[in-house]
Design a protein around this ligand. Structure first.
Ligand code: GRF
Length: 219
């Protein structure tokens, strides 16, 4: 049994990844407690989800701060006041400054809707469709000072079809996001993640060479 890790979840929108994390905690698949959910937008539906589960919420409007650093400092104070250990970015649409990244070094996770380092930044799903790749997916990574470039923890792969749109591919990817984000956090809770240079080593993993995918298929 892993210890319970204290989470602060940062959102800006619909919060389906937040929901997946809440569900995993409630189903006891994830040894974590959500200490606070912070949104930079008052109308984020994720805040409604959090309240339905009696989780503490805060809205912090970035437009009311003179700089990115001042906003991040306020975030750090909220997170530290709740004794948050791991910061979980779940559709949080703000670039982080070193103020936040340094305060929680290797203790911030993000999920991105592509197989990083392909298609970083906004609209990873549309970038994959437009490029014509056969596979895309999602990536959970630790956050460093470069956007979408931190050490990779876990990835899931989905096929991309010729008729896909940003929306259809996005929906296929999102389903996998909801599976891998709670898993990444659980690995952290179990103390199995070690950051070595730009790699994340996962303790106790069996090497499995079977997941090879070819698309279109060879047959
Ligand atoms: C997801 O696609 C995630 O990969 C990206 O923002 C979206 C958040 O969706 N970072 P939700 O708010 O969790 O539904």
């Amino acid at each position: 049994m892993a210890r319970q890790v204290s989470l602060g979840v940062l959102i800006s929108g619909s919060g389906t990844n937040l929901q997946a994390i809440i569900d995993a905690v409630e189903a006891k698949r994830l040894d974590a407690a959500i200490r606070v959910v912070v949104s930079n937008r008052a109308d984020a539906y994720g805040l409604v989800r959090a309240k339905k589960h009696n989780l503490p919420t805060k809205t912090l409007d970035h437009k009311k701060f003179p700089s990115r650093e001042a906003f991040d400092q306020a975030l750090v104070e909220i997170l530290q006041a709740r004794s948050v250990e791991l910061v979980v970015l779940a559709g949080f649409m703000r670039l982080l400054s070193p103020v936040l990244v340094k305060a929680f070094s290797n203790r911030i996770m993000n999920i991105h809707p592509s197989l990083l380092p392909s298609f970083p930044g906004l609209h990873g799903q549309k970038q994959a469709v437009d490029y014509g790749v056969r596979f895309s997916g999602c990536t959970v990574h630790f956050v460093n000072e470069e956007c979408d470039q931190g050490p990779v923890i876990i990835q899931a792969i989905v096929p991309v079809f010729p008729e896909d749109t940003e929306e259809s591919l996005g929906a296929r990817i999102l389903k996998q996001e909801h599976r891998i984000y709670p898993r990444a956090i659980q690995l952290y809770a179990e103390g199995r993640l070690r950051v070595v240079g730009r790699k994340v080593l996962v303790d106790g993993l069996e090497k499995d060479e079977s997941p090879v995918l070819v698309h279109p298929p060879l047959r």
